[in-house]
Design a protein around this ligand. Sequence first.
Ligand SMILES: Cc1ncc(COP(=O)(O)O)c(C=O)c1O
Length: 398
Amino acid sequence: MTTATVEALKLTDRINRIEPSATMAVVAEADKLRSQGIDVVDFGAGEPHFSTPQHIKDAAIGAIQGNFTKYTAVAGTAELRDAIAHRHNVDFDSDYRREEVIASVGGKHALFNAIQVLVDHGDEVILPVPYWVSFKDIIRYAGGHCVLLEADEAQSFRVTAEMVARLLTPRTKVIILNSPSNPSGAVMKPEDMMEVVRLAHERGIWVLSDECYVYLNYTGKNFSVGALREYKDRLVVLGSLSKTYAMTGWRLGYAMAPAAVTSAMAKLQSQCTSNPTSIVQKAAVAALRGPQECVEQMRREYIELRDYVVKGLRSIPGVTCTTPEGAFYAYPNISAFLGRGGLKSASDVAGRLLREAHVATVPGEGFGTTEHIRISYATSKAELDRGLERMRKSLVAL
Ligand SMILES: Cc1ncc(COP(=O)(O)O)c(C=O)c1O
């Protein structure tokens, strides 16, 4: 569409401030190739390869059979909000109550609502780079200004409190933390997270901690800022069932925050989606209150896959890769290939890998860096082998 046509449509300034999700764009292009009969190895999708555990599916089926199919309270049923608080309090030594919990249609929805409630025009939001694609656009949609915190690749992209402190200004309204990180897999040290929360609290700044991958932490030191009870009047903790219980398609996420924030988020939610799907809420209660062994089993398998993919990537001449300490992404540096074979950017490299090697990856530009691609290793070892071999052939030929 030309600029003139876009102007003629008179769409809002706020919709023109944002871009479609880069990861969704890769999924769409890979799907297109597949529909042409091409066998694509998919390292693009950010979702578990596991099926949702059976007891969770059974709870959803039970909800349908039991006609639990009507509207519920906007912020989720009392049963679900209690289950979210219970799980978090038990696992992370926090003390959240029902009123401090809101269930939304996925973690992304909870994030969107939280940012709309906290960020006004001109507010500064500190955002570590590389960032998950949606942070930047959601902040911009609210009129906020992203203050980018460049994480150091030599330090495995780990964000420290000192780095955050350097960027604080009187206009800072929110600090975003995302540990484990999508896309780098970096895990912040608990001491650094505590210090960020303390610094922010001292200045009346919000910390919005996206902990969607909190159960996929491979350091052995699992930590949620929700444990810092004395600072919780300036904390928003975001969570999701998507990755923890292999439930991406079900769409159930949540926020835990002061009751004034969760009720403001509920007010917004009441004017757009209303409650998350009633059936999914029952499934979520089963996930949160039921056996948790499935979470640990998946975590162990991800660790094996992480070691496998990092070794494979590092064995490709020219590719370097930090060791991700959580989530299920590797973020290799492909700068050695820029300038070769007409490739000028990470997008060009990802484009070549998709169109010529038929391997879907996500270029770093969507995450704020220019020399990386994101590999999702939530797949089988056999698929990792196939994809890595194709990547090797394509890249060494340059
Ligand atoms: C860092 C991060 N936060 C939030 C989400 C949202 O997940 P969902 O909306 O499926 O709960 C994702 C999904 O990829 C993510 O990577």
